[in-house]
Ligand binder design. Structure first.
Ligand SMILES: [Zn+2]
Length: 147
């Protein structure tokens, strides 16, 4: 990307986030030559992302559905709504940035667990039990020891 200050061609991306219209991505860049910062907008070309379940069944990824499941596992855990939305937005942006068209439900689940690990232990355990299916109290204890 051409630096508007020194016309150098190499810049590094510092941050990518949705523009307010959610149809483009705003990137903060830093010129590798003059180190000045500038912003670029990239139009999103929407493509469907497929979630592959453990059973092999494929399903269309839905950010709305994911947010709903996060909200339900995080109920009464005082997790900031903005942080939850941001998590889903960042995930969608990462699909776009990496041209990723498929994700396994396993990896998706781990990403949600990582999010909960930072924000709420209760939600983590709640989501873990839905996601992995806790089989026993000792398994629960093992999980609790990890966090
Ligand atoms: Zn420059």
């Amino acid at each position: 990307m051409l630096c508007p200050f020194c016309k150098n061609l190499d810049s590094k991306v510092l941050e990518s986030r949705y523009a307010t219209d959610k149809a483009s991505i705003r990137r903060r860049r830093e010129c590798e030559s003059c180190k000045k910062r500038f912003t670029t907008y990239e139009k999103i070309e929407f493509f469907p992302v497929t979630v592959v379940k453990r059973s092999g069944i494929k399903e269309k990824f839905s950010g709305k559905k994911l947010l709903k499941s996060i909200k339900s596992a995080g109920k009464k855990c005082n997790i900031n709504i903005k942080a939850q939305e941001e998590f889903v937005n960042n995930l969608e942006i990462s699909f776009f940035v990496n041209s990723q068209k498929e994700i396994t439900s396993q990896i998706l689940g781990y990403k949600v667990l990582e999010f909960f690990k930072i924000h709420s232990n209760i939600a983590y355990i709640r989501y873990y039990s839905i996601f992995q299916g806790l089989k026993s109290i000792s398994e629960l204890k093992d999980e609790l020891n990890k966090i």
